[in-house]
Design a protein around this ligand. Structure first.
Ligand code: SRM
Ligand code: SF4
Length: 570
């Protein structure tokens, strides 16, 4: 019988627990690349080989090798970074990367444009800052997000601690990372074959695909809990954290024109106590390890396992593995998914400043030296930084007497305390061009200018300060979770996007396709009249995403948690 497993399954099996020939490839100076097969393994170490797509054509014409470089993603569970770590990472950005730190939609940092000869040194510098990059990418449990900010309340602190524990618990045990990147720390010898017990949770094949865990604390759904493979929603009764609702089977990625792939919001599967969280997570993750599709990577996420097998059998098997039934889910209520930009006081009376960072890019621009400002704040010390899943940063743990100083530093560098509109404040764009190899259209480099155009429409409607969630991605993979945005834009080709409308403002309902292949001016033409109507006709407290459904602009989702039913196209 032929073995139908996908190519990556063979690769993982033959990799000697993620070693492959990465170490050899780093030593080859005649090319800026590493071997194709090693690029797949490199992901498990938190790095992607990329090339600068802006110069791809020109280099091909000149018969030059592509301008290869590496993206490095850190593992920062819960997004917490101390002031001294910020300083060290800021130095890494200058010394080895493209002079910017990029906050991702999963509340961590990425460095871009690290060249091969600097890869090892960069990994070591990251390690010196007491971070690593293990499992930031690859077919494993990825970075674990928690409701920002751990300093806000005891429940937020517990969410953060659980995120740390989950991240550490599911880290690959293979010694490959230390051997390849951390010179002099040979924690395992590379004699082959690799030891059978090297990965007690994952085994030799790791997971069929990536796996994502998040912890949410209502009423703010700032982690988009339903977009992830496994979610935990804090349940607080009479002021006490009593446990966590468990959601399974969320995911955003799809392929244009492939109806067997789709974004999906997670299902509520049950409830567990704080003590049970890791055990439940392990039962879900290992069940996906065993039941997930290993033949077709496009259908290998947990969401498809649950679609194909059904939630009830999935839950029954989780319960069998736990040796007891899961309790029933408890009521919960979200009100928003965005960050509350500006100052907030925590339960411990300390102050926390959520700073809007456009598309998560921490860099200096003419007239707005954001990176320098944050560096100065880090240099002064006495605060923490918390990265958020909305690509923002919280300057946390600020004593009342430090507030004015922080504001002065930001002002001196031209950094405003808020965004120019409610739409911009609630915006996310994925990286896309020039580094993302999968981008079909611009995203991070285009959304700011589109929002400026839409701000004209907001002014006509009198909605400049209203919170409306807009998200853009350069392709349908969904890295900016665009299908959960009240206005979602998904790249189709250069300058062209699919426009989606009608998601809930709290991240609990996906949007629907409204227009295909629209460019900047058409997007404004389509959205402006809707904003004007919304301003005139909305009911008390009604959100834009709900309004477009009530007004019949897009049809309501009739059932199920994928959005393939009933599309209204203009
Ligand atoms: Fe993503 C692939 C960037 C969050 C779904 N994602 C990629 C790659 C690595 C492109 C590639 O495979 O070659 C992108 C690198 C671009 C670059 O130049 O940096 C990339 N994804 C990102 C980030 C940096 C977007 C951002 O602007 O912040 C986010 C990093 C998160 C992190 O810190 O771990 C990022 N990606 C997401 C999310 C959102 C989330 O997890 O909350 C999703 C949708 C949720 C989900 O997983 O379903 C997401 N990325 C994907 C997919 C589609 C997966 C699928 O199941 O279909 C791909 C493509 C793939 O895996 O084949 C992808
Ligand atoms: Fe790249 Fe597409 Fe992800 Fe954007 S959504 S970063 S274009 S893979």
């Amino acid at each position: 019988m032929t073995d139908k497993r996908s190519k990556n399954e063979f690769l993982k099996e033959a990799s000697h627990y993620l070693r492959g020939t990465i170490a050899d490839g780093l030593a080859h100076v005649e090319t800026g690349a590493i071997a194709e097969e090693d690029t797949q393994l490199l992901k498990f170490h938190g790095s992607y080989m990329q090339d600068n797509r802006d110069v791809r054509g020109e280099r091909t014409k000149k018969k030059l090798e592509k301008a290869f470089s590496f993206m490095i993603r850190l593992r920062i569970p819960g997004g917490l970074v101390t002031a001294s770590q910020w300083r060290q990472l800021d130095d890494v950005a200058t010394t080895y990367a493209n002079g910017s730190l990029r906050i991702t939609t999963r509340a961590t940092f990425q460095f871009h444009e690290v060249i091969k000869s600097n890869l090892k040194r960069t990994m070591q510098a990251i390690n010196a800052a007491e971070f690593d990059t293990r499992a930031a990418c690859g077919d494993v449990n990825r970075g674990v997000m928690a409701a920002a900010n751990p300093h806000l309340s005891p429940v937020h602190r517990t969410a953060y601690e659980l995120a740390r524990r989950a991240s550490d618990h599911f880290i690959p045990r293979s010694g490959a990372y230390h051997e390849i990147w951390l010179a002099g720390e040979q924690v395992k010898d590379v004699s082959r074959p690799a030891k059978e017990d090297e990965e007690p949770i994952y085994g030799r094949f790791y997971l069929p695909r990536k796996f994502k865990i998040v912890f949410a604390v209502p009423p703010v759904n700032d982690v988009d809990v339903l977009a992830h493979d496994l979610g935990f929603i804090a349940v607080v009764e009479n002021g006490e954290l009593v446990g966590w609702n468990v959601t399974v089977g969320g995911g955003m990625g799809m392929t244009h024109g492939e109806t067997r792939t789709f974004p999906r919001t997670g299902d509520l599967m049950g409830f567990c106590t704080t003590d049970e969280v890791i055990e439940v997570a392990e039962a879900v993750l290992t069940l996906q390890r065993d039941w997930g599709n290993r033949e077709n990577r496009a259908r290998a996420r947990l969401k498809y396992t649950i679609e194909d097998r059904g939630l009830a059998p999935f839950r029954a098997e989780v319960e069998r593995r736990l040796g007891r039934p899961l309790a029933e889910a408890r009521p919960f209520h979200f009100t928003s998914m965005g960050d509350q930009v500006g100052w907030r006081q925590g339960a411990d009376k300390k102050w926390h400043l959520t700073l809007f960072i456009e598309n998560g890019r921490v860099k200096d621009m003419p007239g707005r030296a954001l990176r320098t400002a944050l560096r100065e704040i880090a240099d002064a010390g006495g605060v923490d930084f918390v990265l958020t899943g909305n690509q923002n940063v919280i300057i946390a743990n600020v004593a009342a007497r430090q507030k004015a100083k922080i504001e002065a530093v930001l002002k001196a560098h031209g950094v405003e305390l808020t965004a120019t509109s409610g739409l911009r404040r609630n915006s996310i764009a994925c990286v896309a061009l020039p580094t993302c190899g999968l981008a079909l259209a611009e995203s991070e480099r285009f959304l700011p200018e589109l929002i400026t155009a839409l701000e004209g429409s907001l002014d006509k409607a009198g909605l400049r300060d209203d919170d409306i969630v807009i998200r853009m991605t350069g392709c349908p993979n969904g890295c900016g979770r665009p299908y959960l945005a009240e206005i979602g834009l998904v790249g189709r080709g250069p300058g062209l996007y699919n426009l989606y409308l009608g998601a809930a403002h709290d991240g609990t309902r996906m949007n629907k396709l409204y227009a295909q292949d629209v460019g900047k001016s058409r997007i404004v033409e389509l959205v402006e009249p809707l904003l004007i109507r919304y301003a005139k006709e909305r009911e008390q407290g009604e959100r834009f995403g709900d309004f477009v459904i009530r007004a019949g602009v897009v049809k309501p989702t009739l059932g199920g948690n994928t959005f393939h039913d009933d599309v209204t196209l203009v």
